[in-house]
Design a protein around this ligand. Structure first.
Ligand SMILES: Nc1nc2c(c(=O)[nH]1)N[C@H]1C(S)=C(S)[C@@H](COP(=O)(O)O)O[C@H]1N2
Ligand SMILES: [Mo]
Length: 222
């Protein structure tokens, strides 16, 4: 039963990714893609570091940092919208953590700077019953969801910076979730909306057979 679910899940993941025109840039293609898409300084660092760049579309979102708005709404006292300057004016924290994709690759010691969700939700004030945070990507229809408790764990953040510079576009500029305790599909890139919810709703990969509780080493994608 579990094996069957796992096989279906992995097949679905690979099938959908493979079907995309540019769903996955791997190996040497990463060099070309990043070389085109990120500043030289970053491109020289990223290709050797083991990252695979994922997107579900044929091109990744190109978000103008000046026009970027993050909306926090749903089960909150006060829906709020923040620009990048607003976010950078909050209490940014730094961390070093490992990143694991369910397909089997990992990157160690990634340096992130960003916001803890406690700080980020402070002004919006989640209402009683708020139990889930759904992260909506500018890359429609990618989304994923964490329980409020999971989102408050140490080392979970909305990252704005990575390895000493602003988040590169392929990694989700200008803001992405980082949830190191779970597989990478929980770490939504190009986040432009956080919906505070009472109830669970399955994320993009969860609709395709993956666990919502995607603990590294202990979920159906392992
Ligand atoms: N919007 C969006 N976020 C996403 C994905 C995606 O395809 N689209 N892929 C996820 C998966 S499966 C992984 S492993 C990580 C990969 O992060 P990277 O592309 O920065 O290497 O992003 C996650 N977040
Ligand atoms: Mo992944």
């Amino acid at each position: 039963m579990r094996m069957g679910e796992r096989a279906i899940g992995r097949a679905a993941f690979l099938g959908v990714v493979g079907a995309g025109v540019a769903g996955l840039f791997v190996g040497r293609d990463v060099v070309g893609a990043l070389g085109r898409l990120v500043p030289d300084g970053v491109a020289s660092i990223v290709p050797s570091s083991g990252w695979r760049i994922y997107t579900i579309g044929s091109s990744m979102p190109d978000v103008d940092p000046a026009a970027y708005r993050l909306r926090i709404d749903g089960l909150v006292e006060r829906p709020v919208t923040y620009g990048l300057d607003d976010l950078r004016g909050m209490g940014l924290v730094e961390q070093v953590s490992d990143f694991h994709c369910v397909t089997g690759w990992s990157v160690s010691d990634v340096h992130w700077r960003g916001l803890r969700f406690g700080e980020l939700l402070d002004e919006a004030k989640p209402l009683p019953g708020a139990a889930w945070l759904r992260f909506v990507s500018a890359e429609v229809p990618y989304d994923d969801i964490l329980t409020m408790e999971q989102a408050m764990l140490p080392d979970v953040m909305l990252a704005l910076d990575m390895d000493g510079g602003p988040l590169p576009r392929p990694h989700g500029s200008p803001a992405r979730v980082v949830m190191p305790q779970m597989y990478g599909y929980k770490s939504v890139k190009w986040v432009d909306r956080i919906e505070v919810r009472r109830d669970f709703t399955p994320g993009f990969w969860e609709q395709r057979g993956y666990d919502s509780d995607a603990w590294v080493g202990d979920s159906n994608g392992y």
